[in-house]
Design a protein around this ligand. Structure first.
Ligand code: ATP
Length: 747
């Protein structure tokens, strides 16, 4: 029974389901459930006695309809007891055959039951909740004057936009009004005026709460159905407060649908949502893997300081692919995007992160849907997004927070019936996550990268940082935010900031000095690290500032390049080896961190202060940083040497680059001059054609014409030899002069 509206505005005036439509609806049900002869056609009995009867919620004051829960076997949408309007919408969207999750959940959701739906990424969960939403309101004869009947909550704005599009497509034959309420849009005031007239809200938690708090008369008291897409994320701590506040304002009597590829089963979460006997529908159970079977997943061990080299080389080897690259922080995304853009890999690059303006985010999202590019992104693009044309590769440069995050990230490829590939870069200390993935039924193959094809970019990044001072700040922020993100990770078994080669990492970003990270005592850190695990020691001296990058062989085919780069030698996940390495890391990292009170200074990198030694020479500030204990003189020197060394290399590199630039400039000038000369000669020939007899005067005339066109004031001046009047020398003389100049430049 539809709840009675307290608000006079919401009294039902119009019947939205006409008699004819109602009969059509019933006929479609009758078609699949033979009614007993002579029985009331509105009370349909199940086909078999064993099949459970799901009592459809009273959709009409007079009639109570029955629906079979055993519709699970129907493969085509046209066979379902849904309205013709929804069927038409589905047909227009070219949705004919149901997917597993749709087939498994629709019989329950259409009966009005609460469900927790779990199915692999890209398996069609969106339609699995859009259809019952439309049907619920349709059967309740919901109309514009009834206000908000459904709320769909989703964690990101892009995903909300995507769901809104599907809703518009499938529900366009219905008369419901729907609105997209997401943050970052300026028109919140306009939204406030119309939000009460909307029937279906697709929103992010923040914006919905804003309306609940600020919009006058905002009324959800008649809500019929609530959907949480990416439910586990919405129920996560990040959204906890907002969600609790939202739920407290919704009526308890409603249908609630939770969907995700990684579903929550926490009793607390379910209690928070006041679910009523929810059905747990998981199509995972029947599958061997938790990820799509068409997804080829690989992982590589890459030392932290070689990650950018690896990423660069990967991109260069896959220039014809659509690649989605995940990094852990906005600053990293910004830095890698800006730096790689300047280095021009030969494929368009874009980036997406939460700090961007919403309009820009939307443009980038739709660009990536259309074009073959590389998109650097934070986890803002990790859930739900269905990039139109298939993503070929998902590259996880930084390790995901947990297995759920991994599943969602790789789920951006291999969607519906298409295939895809993914690669995960793991630092040696993060290798343990592979075990966790395996136990979560995620089949990842550990492969070895072909290091012969690895192209180093750290030297180039160093030069970029010198050339573009703003890049230096970006690199510092990328460095610091990455370390902070690792420090903040909950799973200390996988993430241990103490195990990271910090100096080398800083150098790999092109930073001449390591920005200050306030670890407590560095000396004790060194001690703890050596106790725990062997580090990939890559000497700073070895990171050569290379000034050029090899270009990928254009004659090589795409497949060849990819194979050569990645699959030098593939190995299965070696459980014993992981176990052995785990043995080395037996000391729980949390304890060490607690004792040391790790603090990372974000605001004041040491690199901004100049320190002088006793003789007045400038010392790199890192030397001061190294001097954390009174007796650490030797260490200071080592630190100093390393930094000095790096400085020298950078300086040398810059000198070489300057030389190259000058040469280039010279050549360019030379070309210009030759062009000018040719122009003059041509002008001279034109003039000589009109008067062959003239010689002396002609040359004057010609130069006059030439110089007049160059100088609007009519002032004649020789471009190359100031002080010599152009019309005082002949053309032959001018040419000789130019040749002389050129030859002197060459020498
Ligand atoms: N029945 C269907 N017939 C044809 N295509 C479908 C059907 N259901 C879904 N799709 C298509 O499959 C793709 C993935 O669907 P959807 O985005 O709903 O997946 P999802 O399960 O929600 O994924 P994620 O877990 O990543 O959010 C979309 O392009 C969608 O159009």
């Amino acid at each position: 029974m539809k709840p009675k509206s307290k608000n006079p505005k919401f009294t039902r005036k119009k019947k939205w389901v006409s008699e004819v439509e109602e009969i059509e609806l019933l006929e479609s049900w009758i078609e699949y459930g033979k009614p007993d002869s002579g029985s009331n056609p509105l009370s349909i009995k199940p086909l078999s006695k064993d099949a459970p009867i799901g009592k459809l919620e009273d959709n009409d004051d007079e009639n109570s309809l029955l629906l079979f829960s055993s519709y699970g076997g129907c493969k085509k949408f046209v066979q379902y007891p849904i309205s013709q309007k929804t069927k038409d919408g589905l047909a227009e969207g070219k949705f004919k055959v149901t997917t597993d999750i749709q087939r498994a959940s629709l019989p329950h959701t259409l009966c009005g039951r609460d469900i927790l739906g779990a199915a692999k990424t890209g398996s069609g969960k969106t339609l699995a909740f859009i259809i019952p939403v439309l049907e619920k309101l349709y059967r309740a004869r919901w109309g514009p004057e009834d206000g908000v009947g459904c709320i769909i909550i989703t964690p990101t704005r892009e995903l909300a936009g995507q769901i809104f599009d599907v809703l518009n497509l499938v529900g366009k034959r219905h008369g419901f009004s729907a609105g997209l309420l997401i943050g970052g849009r300026k028109d919140v005031e306009v939204e406030k005026e119309s939000v009460n007239d909307l029937n279906i809200l697709v929103c992010t938690p923040g914006r919905l709460l804003q309306h609940m708090d600020e919009t006058q008369n905002f009324d959800c008291s008649q809500l019929q159905i609530l959907v949480l897409d990416e439910a586990d994320r919405i129920l996560d701590v990040g959204f906890k407060q907002a969600l609790n506040a939202i739920i407290s304002q919704l009526p308890k009597k409603r249908q609630t649908l939770l969907f995700s590829a990684t579903q929550t089963k926490s009793i607390q979460d379910l209690a928070r949502l006041s679910l009523k006997d929810p059905e747990y529908i998981s199509v995972h159970k029947e599958h061997v893997t938790a990820t799509p079977s068409r997804l080829q997943q690989t992982a590589m061990i890459v030392p932290l300081d070689q990650k950018l080299d690896m990423l660069w080389s990967f991109i260069k080897a896959h220039l014809n692919s659509k690649i989605l690259v995940f990094l852990s922080t906005c600053k990293q995304v910004k830095f890698v995007f800006e730096a790689f853009k300047k280095l021009r890999p030969g494929i368009p690059l874009t980036c997406l992160h939460g700090r961007m303006k919403q309009e820009v985010r939307m443009v980038i999202y739709s660009q990536f849907c259309e074009k073959r590019t590389v998109l650097f992104s934070t986890d803002v693009a990790s859930r739900g997004l269905d990039f139109n044309k298939a993503v070929d590769w998902v590259v996880q440069v930084d390790c995901p927070d947990d297995t759920a995050s991994y599943i969602h990230r790789v789920g951006r490829t291999a969607r519906y019936h298409s295939g895809g590939r993914s690669v995960l870069f793991l630092t040696p200390s993060e290798e343990v996550i592979l075990q966790k993935l395996q136990s979560a039924k995620v089949p990842v193959q550990l492969i070895k990268a072909n290091t012969k094809r690895l192209q180093s970019v750290s030297g180039l990044l160093g030069s970029l940082l010198v050339k573009y001072p703003s890049m230096q700040a970006l690199a510092e922020r990328a460095f610091i935010t990455y370390l902070r993100s690792i420090h903040k990770q909950r799973d200390k078994e996988v993430f241990d900031v103490m195990k990271l080669p910090i100096e080398e990492f800083s150098a790999s970003l092109g930073l001449p000095m390591t920005p200050k990270v306030r670890f407590l005592d560095r000396k004790s850190r060194a001690g703890t690290v050596s106790e725990k695990a062997p580090q990939p020691k890559i000497a700073v001296e070895n990171i050569e500032a290379k000034t050029s990058i090899e270009l990928a062989d254009p004659n090589q085919s795409k497949e060849e390049m990819e194979k050569a780069f990645l699959f030098e030698k593939e190995t299965e996940i070696d459980e014993e080896r992981i176990g052995a390495e785990n043995g080395l890391t037996a000391v729980p990292a949390t304890r060490i961190l607690k004792k040391k009170k790790l603090k990372i200074n974000v605001h004041r990198p040491v690199g901004t202060r100049v320190v002088f030694d006793e003789e007045g020479n400038t010392l790199p500030p890192l030397a001061a940083f190294a001097n954390t204990d009174n007796t650490g003189c030797g260490k200071d020197l080592v630190e100093h040497d390393i930094v000095q060394d790096r400085y020298e290399k950078l300086r040398e590199d810059m000198k070489n680059r300057d030389k190259e630039d000058k040469e280039l400039h010279k050549k360019r000038l030379e070309k210009m001059r030759l062009k000018e000369k040719m122009k003059r000669r041509r002008a001279a020939e034109v003039l000589s054609g009109s008067d062959d007899e003239e010689t002396e005067d002609r040359s004057t005339k010609k130069s006059k014409i030439y110089f007049d066109s160059d100088n609007e004031d009519g002032e004649k001046e020789n471009k190359y030899e100031p002080g010599i009047k152009a019309d005082s020398i002949s053309l032959a003389e001018q040419e000789a002069l130019a040749l002389n100049l050129l030859s002197s430049m060459h020498s």
